[in-house]
Design a protein around this ligand. Structure first.
Ligand code: SF4
Ligand code: SF4
Length: 435
């Protein structure tokens, strides 16, 4: 694709990077077939190619984002299915991240929307506040009939109430900064990203990860100062907030790394893993030592299944008769290109593993997407659950807390690592049927 940025525009490193991305696109349109929003809405402007044209015009013009561009970019899930499909290697993720930041800096959203986005950006990355917010939502549930009907705000508030779990697990001290010693002869040392929202919604995921790793002889460190990875605010275009959060994580891990070395930075929330693996790019124009520290952190980042697959995993319990349908989170399959390791591990653990049709399509979770675009997210959820139901599973396994929350329903859904831990000596994951 030809571009016409001025030399002055190209002096900006972000515009220069987006120019390279745009020039890679040959506008073949292959990506449209696997884009969830195009599949649902059928509008070229809600396809990757359409968005690429809109973003190109917006950036080249140098003018503030228009309502039309914002509408179509906001509808993008950042699921990155288009990157898996693209034969030309277009890095849509970097382009849309830049577009979201540009929109945030140049477009004035309606007050109601601004407030909601600011509240989400402030609350979700802070476990204490997030916990309070969920408890507030639980109290508000009986009064949902009072919410305005058929308005954007009403449907968003309803989506928030729907997603708030009925019961919140108790506060979990084990997720605080500390070192969990290996419980068998030591084979390695990793840092685990404890995360933010996940520690509130389902602390059992980190518990299972720590149990499994330490049992395998891996000393597991939860680094001081590392909280949210920045993915939530980064995808909302809140650049400064995202960089500050990422900087804290890099500093925390660098301290642990310098003190005793690390074989990997293990991440069990694939949405976060995609972002941490991109720190090298995010900090490419930052001064030293941030640039090289960020690159080092990115190189060490591994999804838990990627790490276990490399380390070697063997169950200690007899094979289970349960049928597990593996839901492949977009951030894992498209963002990190990890498709086989989780399924191979589940099979090695003794489960019968199936996959639903259209496994490349997003479930609608996508960070804060199910809160800000509840209508599209709801349609994607229903489509995903229908495809999963056809596989007649006893339970669903996924590698991302966002998907786990989004797909919660009649069929139990747990993190892949909980099943691996169970089959290697851990407790039965909550909600999993006896077998
Ligand atoms: S598939 Fe790739 S090259 Fe083709 S239109 Fe989509 S982004 Fe551009
Ligand atoms: S990231 Fe997902 S929703 Fe966005 S354009 Fe690509 S395929 Fe479509």
């Amino acid at each position: 694709m030809q571009t016409s940025f001025t030399a002055e525009q190209l002096a900006d490193p972000q515009t220069a990077a987006s120019n390279q991305v745009l020039r890679t696109c040959v506008h073949c349109g292959f990506c449209t077939a696997t884009c969830p929003t195009f599949v649902l809405l059928g509008d070229e402007l809600d396809s990757p190619r359409g968005r690429i044209y809109l973003i190109k015009d917006m950036l080249e013009s140098g003018r503030p984002a228009t309502e039309e561009v914002v509408r179509h970019v906001d509808r993008c899930l950042s699921c990155l299915a288009c990157m898996t499909t693209c034969p030309s290697g277009v890095n849509y993720m970097h382009l849309v991240d830049h577009a979201r930041q540009y929109i945030e800096e140049t477009y004035e959203r309606p007050l109601q929307e601004r407030v909601m986005r600011d509240v989400l950006a402030a609350v979700l990355p802070r476990p204490g506040l997030f916990r309070w917010a969920i408890q507030g939502a639980q109290l508000a549930k009986p009064f949902r009939a009072l919410l305005p009907k058929k308005t954007k705000l009403g449907s968003r508030l309803n989506a928030m109430l729907d997603l708030a779990p009925a019961k919140l697990p108790r506060y979990e001290r084990a997720q605080k900064p500390q070192t969990h010693a290996a419980s068998s002869p030591r084979r390695g040392r990793v840092a685990l990203l404890a995360g933010c929202a996940q520690t509130v919604l389902d602390p059992e995921i980190n518990r299972a990860t720590i149990r499994l790793l330490t049992r395998l002889g891996i000393e597991t460190v939860i680094a001081d100062g590392v909280g949210c990875c920045s993915a939530l605010t980064h995808h909302m275009g809140k650049h400064d907030q995202a960089m500050a959060t990422a900087r804290a994580a890099i500093a925390g891990w660098t301290k642990v790394l310098d003190a005793g070395g690390l074989d990997a930075i293990v991440i069990n929330t694939s949405g976060c893993g995609t972002t941490v693996k991109d720190y090298g790019f995010m900090f490419r124009s930052e001064p030293e030592p941030w640039r090289s520290q960020a690159a080092r952190v990115s190189e060490l980042a591994m999804d838990i299944t990627e790490y276990l697959h490399k380390l070697g995993y063997a169950p200690t319990r007899p094979a289970s008769s349960l049928r597990v349908t593996y839901h492949s989170a977009c951030s894992l399959q498209h963002g990190q290109r990890i498709t086989e390791a989780p399924k191979a591990l589940l099979r090695a653990a003794g489960f019968t593993v199936t996959e639903p049709a259209e496994s490349h399509l997003c479930c609608g979770s996508a960070g804060t997407y199910n809160l800000v675009q509840p209508e599209i997210a709801g349609r994607l959820r229903a489509r995903k659950l229908d495809n999963i139901a056809i596989t007649e599973p006893d339970l669903i396994a996924a590698g991302n807390i966002g998907c786990i929350t989004q797909l919660a329903g009649a069929t139990p859904i747990v993190h892949t690592v909980q099943l691996l831990d169970w089959m290697a000596g851990g407790p039965v994951p909550p909600g999993v049927p006896a077998h």
